[in-house]
Design a protein around this ligand. Structure first.
Ligand code: SF4
Length: 289
């Protein structure tokens, strides 16, 4: 990403503060009590996607990986922890066990110690040993590129499978993680709580070709602006399209202080971000911030 885009994004909070200082009309209030038609919902959903594409043209998977096996392992490790913590843990892990064959033959205790910083390390080590053995024994040491095969691997559910398919194989997939679920419900794209039902309802609103990037944009927005506890509504570029505007801080200056990562001048999650990433790379494990 160019420096000009960098500053445009960096200034998003302040650029928006002129806009955000005007009271936003929420979707709900501007449309009285009438329920939104299906057509209007599809249009609004796609408009939000376009706005997010404008704000985050550099949206990307936030796990460092160099091949499908690394992405699969990193995604399994990312349960119940941050992508940053996973990225700080995987360099030593992949240096010790570069292939499924190597990892399948690992000493369980040595593997546990290497992944310990990601939490739940015993269960995760079991999954990694199991999935590596399954890749070695059933898939010729390669990660399969089909959902129905991926979900047969130990510790791999639909979410993990879709991350791997979308980002290592170019097969469109929606990643319904905690951010994705929270935001699409705030936007009233769905009322479902079950991730599989959420996935099906959101899939029906967009062409397949959008699924992977839509997931990255939503997760980026959830991490940076629309937080679980204190969404930064007053600094949110899609506030005029959001039925939940006002659920968080609406004062533009206070909201700007809630922005995270590059929008607040902070590093993202990756130690090796893509070249167009406008923020600073994250620091390795143990480095002084
Ligand atoms: S930050 Fe506020 S306005 Fe923006 S998407 Fe979240 S709830 Fe809606």
């Amino acid at each position: 990403m160019t420096a000009s885009r960098n500053s445009a994004v960096g200034e998003q909070g302040s650029a928006d503060s002129t806009e955000a200082s005007k009271p936003h009309k929420s979707v709900k209030s501007s449309k009285s009590a009438r329920p939104e038609s299906r057509l209007a919902l599809v249009r609004r959903a796609r408009r939000i996607n376009r706005e997010l594409a404008d704000v985050y043209p550099y949206a990307h998977p936030e796990l460092d990986f160099e091949n499908p096996f690394q992405l699969l392992v990193a995604t399994v490790l990312s349960a119940q922890t941050t992508d940053l913590r996973v990225n700080q843990t995987t360099p030593a892990l992949f240096a010790a066990y570069p292939t499924p064959e190597d990892m399948a033959a690992a000493d369980p205790e040595a593997l546990e110690q290497l992944i310990r910083p990601t939490g739940f390390f015993r269960a995760k080590a079991k999954s990694l040993l199991g999935l590596s053995a399954a890749l070695r024994d059933r898939f010729g040491g390669e990660v399969p590129g089909r959902l129905e095969d991926l979900v047969t691997l130990p510790g791999v559910g639909r979410k993990t499978a879709n991350v791997v398919l979308g980002n290592a194989f170019g097969v469109p997939g929606l990643t319904v993680d905690t951010h994705f679920g929270r935001l699409v419900r705030r936007w009233k794209w769905t009322a479902q709580e079950d991730p599989e039902k959420v996935e099906a309802e959101i899939a029906a609103l967009f062409p397949k070709s959008e699924w992977t990037m839509l997931s990255h944009r939503i997760i980026f927005h959830g991490r940076r602006v629309c937080h679980a506890r204190k969404p930064a509504c007053g600094a949110c570029p899609i506030a005029p399209l959001c039925p939940a505007y006002g659920e968080g801080e609406t004062d533009p200056d206070k909201a700007k202080k809630l922005l995270k990562y590059e929008m607040g001048g902070q590093p993202g999650q990756r130690l090796r971000p893509p070249s167009d990433y406008p923020g600073r790379p994250a620091a390795p494990l143990g480095a002084a911030e």
